[in-house]
Design a protein around this ligand. Structure first.
Ligand code: ADP
Ligand code: MG
Length: 319
């Protein structure tokens, strides 16, 4: 069973940033209003995520580490929508198979917390106000072949930072903090979408960006796109979300890029944070947990819509 989980882990746990993604998404799903992330050595040495969400009851702690155990699918109807939610009930089991993992949690209404050790599966009483602390240490300590694929601390940290930004941008109402090797990197109070964008992308971005707000049929696009003056030498400031989920999709990237044709020159790139919302029936999210690709039923219409929405905003501001 450990071996099966270690194999499954190859799918879910590519690197520290993929652990961070799963654990952060669980915290958000648990209704957390505040999430604190502590990383050590790029997340390889430690990823610790504390949230103030609903917590996990004592009797469900062991279950949370079992494969295919999820509290998030309760009906057949849910199962049919699994495509929009990604793999279910795989992440914690996979993580616990390749890192020293513990979960401490105090469920709403419980008199104290319980802690479970990911390898011994032993439960012990613990102290915690409310919510959950997931501690993932020494990633790949027992699978040296995988450990070899990890990059430098700086690179793994950069991936974690990226992942943190994606989740923070799509959940502005949740207070979020990130520290690395004891140093606070981001301290984000709960805020409006615009304030969250400013906090993560910089005030200068927001000053040189225009708000995007377009609706067409089942599609709506909101967010911010930079004016040409704020163009960048790299694509590092491009964030696209579909139904709240970060994606990196050729069609969407191309539609935005095309809106800047004849406006941006040379190797310059626009900066943007954009949220596309549509009927979930109109989009397939690749359910592979490590992937962030989508397929639209009406891809031409989506391309046109995004292109025109950005084009209009740029034209209105005289770009
Ligand atoms: P999934 O999120 O797909 O259900 P996971 O392996 O990520 O699967 O988590 C397993 C279960 O553990 C979740 O369904 C949830 O019930 C519980 N869980 C995990 N993390 C938390 C958390 N931070 N707060 C509350 N419950 C959690
Ligand atoms: Mg999960």
């Amino acid at each position: 069973d450990l071996l099966v989980n270690q194999i499954a882990a190859g799918e879910v746990v590519e690197r520290p940033a993929s652990v961070l993604k799963e654990v952060l998404e669980n915290a958000v799903d648990a209704g957390a209003r505040a999430i604190e992330v502590q990383l050590e050595q790029g997340g390889v040495r430690r990823i610790r995520v504390a949230d103030d969400g609903c917590g996990i009851a004592r009797d469900e702690l062991a279950l949370a580490l079992e494969r295919h155990a999820t509290s998030k699918i309760s009906t057949l109807d849910d199962l049919e929508h699994v495509g929009t939610m990604g793999f279910r009930g795989e992440a914690l089991a996979a993580i616990a198979a390749v890192a020293r993992t513990s979960i401490t949690s105090r469920a709403t209404g419980a008199s104290h917390a319980w802690c479970i050790d990911g390898s011994e599966r032993s439960l012990s009483p613990a102290a915690l106000n409310q919510g959950t602390v997931v501690d993932v240490a020494d990633l790949y300590y027992n699978t040296p072949a995988r450990r070899k694929f990890l990059k430098t601390e700086a690179t793994e940290y950069a991936h974690c930072d990226d992942m943190f930004r994606r989740i923070a941008l799509s959940h502005p109402d949740v207070g979020m903090q990130l520290s690395h090797n004891g140093r606070v990197i981001h301290r984000l109070p709960p805020s409006t979408p615009a304030a969250r964008v400013a906090a993560l992308m910089g005030d200068d971005f927001l000053q040189q960006a225009r708000e995007v707000s377009a609706v067409g049929g089942i599609l709506s696009l909101s967010g911010f796109a930079s004016l040409p003056a704020y163009s960048r030498a790299s694509r590092d400031a491009q964030f696209f979300f579909v139904n709240g989920r970060y994606v990196r999709d050729k069609l969407l990237t191309h539609a935005v890029r095309q809106a800047y044709t004849d406006i941006l020159h040379g190797n310059r790139h626009p900066a943007y944070v954009l949220f596309l919302e549509l009927d979930p029936a109109g989009v397939d999210v690749n359910v592979h947990p490590a992937k962030i690709e989508v397929r639209f039923r009406e891809s031409r219409a989506v391309h046109q819509f995004v292109f025109h929405a950005i084009r209009r905003v740029l034209a209105e501001s005289g770009a």
